[in-house]
Ligand binder design. Structure first.
Ligand SMILES: [Fe+2]
Ligand SMILES: [Fe+2]
Length: 401
């Protein structure tokens, strides 16, 4: 007897051709890729540090989604993942960056853009044939699950109660281009919004909970009793915001360049790791009865206007190399003290760091292709820059804490 699996077949799904589904996947990749730059920019700008952590998680999801889609596109006939996207979609995505405030940014970014992407995926999934489109279905369902969580998180912020000029503007602009795929009925373009231009911040913005100040030096921390020393160490973890900020600036600035996708994938991961390391600080400080309240941003502020190559070199070969020898020592101390929670975070941090060195080597080599300079020359140029900023001669890369 012939067996049929009726559960697999949805009668309303006619299926989507390779030509159409690859076009749609390219639109989704364009959205997710644009969101990497937008979320990196707003990670720097948004004041609430806990929202910064959420944006960092979403940035990494956008990067993973882009990677998955690109992999599938490469397998599809005519699915070139680097094909250019519709200019009106690119312009629309760019507009969502220039929100007038933190709240308006969230409304435009999640209330409109992310929600529209989720709806579009939902509609595509409904049309797909479970067998013919099985590859796209698996991929889109994974992305859909992440976006459902992102939109659910946005709804918990309860920002949609008031009318917003900005989100109506973004929504109308999206209608005017026929939605993400450009195939919905088009409405006339809304009158242009008085666009404030978003500038990539040269410092990290924080709300009033976080003050700018000094952290205890490594030597000072060594003099403290165990509990105080642990608290001060987790303040340094919290301060890994500076490293996340440098990576956000790299992702933001490099988005204009024709670098291979893997550059953005690696640095999205590196960025997310550093944001998580800062979060380790926030979590552990609270467990120890201390509210995070301080950052020292000097390492970001002094170097954020260097070229991308110099920022990558300074961070991965300079600062991370400077902090590296402390990591195994600290892990061992926590272990000997039976401080499992601190050890857990120090362990993950140390493990992530090994990848960061690898990303650094890979992309410094790439950026130095066809360049007569060596990595040592770049580091010398970084030191010259720091000497000029600090007005003292900088011979070695060090941190004040
Ligand atoms: Fe780190
Ligand atoms: Fe790192």
């Amino acid at each position: 007897m012939r067996s049929t699996n009726t559960q697999l077949v949805s009668p309303s799904a006619q299926g989507i051709s390779i030509t159409v589904s690859s076009k749609r996947l390219r639109n989704y990749a364009a959205v997710e890729r644009a969101r990497i730059r937008i979320l990196a920019g707003w990670f720097l700008r948004i004041g609430d540090y806990e929202l910064k952590y959420v944006l960092a998680y979403h940035l990494y999801e956008a990067s993973e989604h882009t990677t998955w889609i690109r992999e599938r596109l490469k397998e599809m006939r005519g699915g070139n993942p680097n094909a250019s996207i519709r200019p009106d979609l690119a312009q629309f995505l760019e507009k969502t960056l220039h929100a007038p405030s933190d709240t308006e940014f969230l409304k435009g970014q999640y209330g409109v853009l992310t929600s529209a992407m989720l709806t579009a995926i939902h509609n595509d999934v409904k049309k797909m044939d479970t067998s013919a489109n099985a590859n796209e279905l698996r991929l889109l369902n994974r992305i859909k699950n992440d976006l459902i969580e992102q939109v659910a998180w946005y709804k918990t912020l309860d920002l949609d109660s008031e009318d917003s000029d900005w989100s109506s503007y973004i929504q109308s602009t999206l209608h005017s281009i026929g939605g993400i795929h450009g195939d919905e009925a088009r409405m006339p373009s809304p009158p242009s919004h008085s666009l404030l231009r978003f500038e990539r911040p040269s410092t990290l913005h924080f709300d009033s909970r976080i003050q700018i100040g000094e952290l205890k030096s490594y030597e000072e921390r060594a003099q403290l009793d165990r509990e105080q020393a642990t608290i001060e160490q987790f303040k340094v973890f919290f301060n890994e915001f500076y490293a996340a900020a440098l990576l956000a600036s790299i992702l933001f600035d490099a988005a204009e360049n024709e670098y291979p996708w893997e550059f953005f994938a690696d640095f999205s991961r590196h960025f997310w790791d550093e944001a998580r390391h800062s979060e380790f600080g926030a979590i552990r400080l609270r467990e120890l009865g201390v509210e995070p309240d301080r950052v020292n941003l000097v390492l970001y502020e002094e170097s954020q206007d260097l070229p991308v190559l110099h920022r990558v070199t300074y961070l991965t070969r300079g600062l991370e190399a400077y902090f590296m020898p402390r990591k195994p020592v600290r892990m061992k101390e926590y272990e000997e003290n039976g401080d499992f929670r601190s050890q857990l975070f120090a362990d993950q941090d140390w493990s992530d760091e090994i990848n960061h060195v690898r990303y650094g080597s890979r992309w410094i080599n790439f950026l130095l292709e066809n360049d007569s300079r060596e990595i040592e020359d770049i580091m010398d140029e970084v030191k010259q820059h720091l000497s000029a900023v600090r007005k003292v001669d900088v011979q070695t890369i060090e941190a004040p804490y």
